[in-house]
Design a protein around this ligand. Structure first.
Ligand SMILES: Cc1ncc(COP(=O)(O)O)c(C=O)c1O
Length: 482
């Protein structure tokens, strides 16, 4: 790859700073002078490049110069035909991917353990989800990837579907057989879309699962801000040869801001350069740290930090070893309880805790001494809190009963009912623990006793439940006519 040492947006901003341009445009803080407290907090360096689009800096909605060059370099680094800089999170990348792949009444085949942004997109465009229930690992209580046979069946039963969507990987690090699923999609005239919010490093590291674009995906949503080191909210949407990039840009512009932040854009540009030049070494270190942490945690006893040994050739086709996913139930504590103790008693913030697991995100910014702290805190937690695990619920995959499309349910006439009285009705909103943001209920799905028990238990254990109009999730909006 040539030219990866360049960072066109960074270079343009540096040039711009030298020019001392007098700002009679927005933002109104005028390089920070109009807001001294904010400037004191964020620093002058930051405020002087918080600027709006202009001739020398290009325009995110219609890139023709430096943003375009930066996008081309990103496409090359990721092995994609096109890359789009996204400033509204991977949520906006996922939404643009789905909005450009299907429209109202058209089907998309997908696993149900998707992030809320995927189903949100279907509320926006009226597409119909065809869920492939993910397999589950009963010991760990986590949902896995999609089995190839189940995807084949869904394709046979829905030959008119427009696309198949794959998590590459899941939050826990599990990958489906994306190469085979991509081939299956293409053989049947469908697109292959990948939610790669947790897979940026696959493109740069060695001995990691195959990245989506290399596996033949047509579009992939990549959270550069997660494992790639850029600023929060900055992401890439990657596209292959089969899709029309100009149409995708139009779709992106349906919801994208017209004031793209140069802080975010430059962070994407600089991080892409960093990973293209040094990614191999960076992720080799990350893998070593995660491997070391796993070994030490498994020595403590009762915790299970899992890795490639759970691979089963199908629904766990591969595993991302940078993900430090730890099963906690044998300590007698729910994942969310360990998450809370780590935060409250040890000042350690992990990515999430669910009913049976925690996920510690290991990345480019970690040091071995931070890993040591995590290991010793987990060891102490076991010593202080270990108890009988009777009565602890496992994270379960609750197979949804889809009654109507997410769009129809969300926009239908609704009634608000206390949780207990909502059983049997069709939900018109989301309920999920955040993170990981995988819906327990999505609009259009039947509310069952099992789901209500699960919600009550998650609340009792301290999970942060989100999605419902009622912020305390004591009431649910249901569809009036069902
Ligand atoms: C699998 C998955 N997809 C998409 C997203 C959305 O990413 P963002 O928070 O950058 O909008 C997330 C966020 O955690 C996620 O976990």
């Amino acid at each position: 790859m040539s030219g990866q040492e360049r960072a066109p947006i960074l270079e343009a901003l540096n040039q711009f700073k030298k020019q001392r341009v007098v700002p009679f445009d927005v933002p109104g803080h005028k390089r920070g002078k109009g807001n001294p407290e904010l400037t004191g907090f964020l620093g002058e360096q930051c405020m002087t490049v918080d600027v709006n689009s202009m001739k020398c800096l290009d325009n995110l909605c219609h890139p023709v110069s430096v943003i375009r060059e930066a996008e081309e370099l990103a496409a090359e680094a990721f092995g994609a035909a096109h890359a789009f800089f996204m400033v509204n999170g991977t949520t906006s990348a996922v939404q643009s991917m789905i909005l450009s792949a299907a429209k109202r009444g058209e089907k998309i085949i997908l696993p149900r353990n998707v992030h809320r942004s995927v189903i949100n997109a279907m509320i926006l465009n009226g597409a119909i989800p065809v869920y492939v229930n993910p397999e589950t690992n009963n010991e760990l209580g986590i949902s896995l990837g999609m089995s190839l046979e189940k995807v084949k069946k869904a394709v046979e039963e829905n030959p008119e579907a427009k696309a198949i969507l794959v998590n590459n990987p899941t939050y826990y690090g599990v990958c489906s057989n994306i190469r085979k699923i991509a081939k299956l999609a293409h053989d049947n005239g469908m697109l292959l879309l990948a939610d790669e919010a947790h897979g940026t490093h696959f493109y740069f590291g060695e001995n990691l699962p195959v990245p989506a674009m290399r596996a033949g995906a047509d579009m992939a949503s990549v959270s550069m801000h997660k494992s790639g080191g850029s600023l929060t909210q900055s992401s890439f949407l990657l596209a292959g040869e089969r899709v029309n990039p100009d149409y995708i840009r139009q779709v992106i512009n349906l919801t994208q801001t017209t004031s793209g932040s140069y802080l975010l854009l430059s962070s994407l540009d600089i991080s892409r350069k960093n990973l293209a030049l040094h990614g191999k070494d960076i992720f080799s270190r990350v893998c070593d740290m995660a491997e070391y942490a796993r070994y030490e945690i498994n020595q403590i006893g009762d915790y299970y930090a899992y890795s490639k040994e759970i691979i089963n050739g199908d629904s766990i086709y591969d595993f991302d070893v940078t993900k430090l996913s730890i099963h906690t139930l044998n300590v007698g504590l729910a994942g969310i309880e360990v998450y809370d103790i780590l935060r409250d008693d040890y000042d350690i913030q992990v990515e999430f805790g669910d009913l049976g697991n925690i996920l510690a995100y290991v990345s480019v910014g970690d040091r071995i001494r931070d890993i040591e702290r995590l290991v010793s805190a987990l060891s102490e937690i076991r010593r202080r809190f270990k108890r009988d695990k009777t009565g602890l619920m496992k994270q379960e995959y609750l197979s949804p009963q889809v009654v109507i499309t997410p769009q129809k349910a969300f926009y239908s006439e609704k009634v608000s009912l206390p949780l207990k009285e909502s059983e049997g009705h069709v939900c018109s909103e989301f309920v999920m623990c955040y993170p990981p943001g995988i819906p327990i209920l999505a609009p259009g799905e039947r509310i069952t006793r099992q789901i209500l028990d699960y919600i009550e238990y998650a609340k009792e254990k301290g999970c942060s439940l989100t999605g419902a109009e009622d912020m305390n999730t004591e009431r649910l909006n249901i569809v009036k006519e069902y």
